[in-house]
Design a protein around this ligand. Structure first.
Ligand SMILES: Cc1cc2nc3c(=O)[nH]c(=O)nc-3n(C[C@H](O)[C@H](O)[C@H](O)COP(=O)(O)OP(=O)(O)OC[C@H]3O[C@@H](n4cnc5c(N)ncnc54)[C@H](O)[C@@H]3O)c2cc1C
Length: 377
């Protein structure tokens, strides 16, 4: 197991940090207030190679390695969780098309997802199905020439903006994944506003009423979307959220130490304790994320659990750090334009999405007997 990214990855990290500081962080409060993402920023991120960067060069992408990918998501997450959410769901769909899509689907979608010509959203959750993917009731029936999709998806990040949705639906053989283009007759998109955190993530409810899809809308083998596609996509999503959560911890640490020094409260041991926990969380979270990134890059069977462990730790660490950063900043931390107030709301979301704390605990605990926790594990 590595204890640090390599020098080339650290150079990339510095470039990602500069991009996040200069282009993303200045827009974060506006994204939060206006509940939308600046379109020009999305175009800039695409031009900088931040959309679907794992797509290999031969398929039109930049072929970024998984560890550098995590460093990108840490920096974007530190600057703006809503923007990081866009990268997360967009990349989950691009990665699914890359892994499971047909040659035609790859050729049709990957260049557009890399260039930002198309934005993608990931539609698994429903009004009555969240943690339990087996409870999905949206159904796609095979009809002459394609599929007919009926049901409702809820809490879909960037559902308001996406050009294409990866929709999970029951078919005759089990759970299947289908690509649905924006504007398909029978699809109604209803914006969801007023969320607690990641308020710029442009959530939507998607209502499908006998929505007709072509036969080639199906991604991967019919009936096998769970566990194959759900596990590979959620592994990437959890890794992204883990890294974004570490970004939140770092942002809280930066704000708390700056304020503590300026206000003179850093001399108090009880304040030092809050800052100490942020320092240790950031270091421990980075090590867990580094391990997950290494295993994701290697494509080994331990990657999904490593991503779950990293997300579980980092999500809680972010929520704790944000609560403590508000405490260190006092009234300033409670004020409308305080970045730590936004971190506080965004960090809570990290404990719910991509596998809640409790789902992570049950997954990690259930397989605990088979988990090697030594240095070679
Ligand atoms: C800001 C935001 C963005 C989102 N974006 C997307 C998106 O882009 N695409 C998408 O598909 N979904 C999205 N979601 C939905 C998200 O994936 C779900 O909220 C999450 O899976 C939890 O499901 P739920 O909200 O239905 O809660 P439930 O599954 O109803 O769970 C409620 C509570 O019960 C606990 N619980 C449930 N089952 C168990 C169990 N077996 N053991 C112990 N405890 C349990 C949970 O931990 C939780 O605390 C988003 C949600 C939010 C808040």
């Amino acid at each position: 197991m590595r204890l640090s990214p390599d020098p080339e990855q650290l150079d990339l990290h510095a470039a990602f940090r500069k991009l996040a500081d200069e282009a993303v962080a200045p827009l974060a409060a506006r994204h939060d207030h206006e509940e939308r993402i600046d379109r020009a920023l999305i175009d800039l991120l695409a031009a900088e190679g931040c959309l679907a960067p794992l797509v290999p060069e031969e398929l039109g992408g930049r072929g970024l390695d998984a560890i550098s990918y995590g460093l990108l998501h840490e920096e974007i997450g530190r600057a703006c969780s809503s923007t990081r959410s866009l990268l997360t769901v967009h990349d989950m769909v691009a990665d699914t098309v890359r892994r499971w899509g047909s040659a035609e689907q790859r050729a049709a979608w990957l260049p557009r997802l890399v260039s930002g010509a198309a934005i993608a959203a990931f539609a698994l959750s429903e009004p009555e199905a969240g943690s339990d993917a087996a409870a999905v009731s949206t159904a796609a029936e095979q009809v002459p020439g394609g599929w007919e999709l009926t049901g409702t998806k809820r809490w879909i990040s960037f559902g308001q903006l996406a050009d294409v949705y990866l929709v999970f639906a029951r078919t005759a053989r089990g759970l299947s994944a289908l690509l649905v283009e924006r504007g398909t007759p029978g699809l109604e998109m209803v914006p969801i506003t007023g969320m607690l955190g990641t308020r710029g993530a442009m959530l939507a409810e998607l209502r499908f009423d006998r929505c007709r899809l072509p036969a080639d809308a199906l991604v991967g083998p019919e009936g096998r979307a769970h566990p194959y596609i759900t596990v590979s996509a959620l592994t990437l999503g959890r890794y992204s959220v883990a890294c974004g959560s570490i970004g939140i911890v770092q942002g809280c640490l930066d704000a708390a130490t700056e304020h503590a020094a300026r206000r003179g409260v850093g001399q108090h041991q009880l304040v030092q304790r809050l800052i100490a926990d942020m320092v240790v969380s950031a270091r421990a979270g980075r090590l867990l994320a580094l391990r997950a990134g290494e295993l994701i890059g290697a494509g080994g069977p331990d990657a999904p659990m490593a991503a779950t462990e990293a997300k579980y730790f980092a999500g809680i660490a972010a929520a704790d750090a944000a609560r403590d950063a508000v405490q260190v900043l006092g009234a300033t931390g409670c004020s409308a334009d305080s970045p730590v107030a936004r971190y506080y709301r965004d960090a809570k979301v990290m404990e719910v999405i991509e596998g809640s704390n409790e789902i992570s605990q049950t997954m990690i605990g259930r397989f605990g007997h088979a988990t090697r926790t030594g240095w070679r594990g």
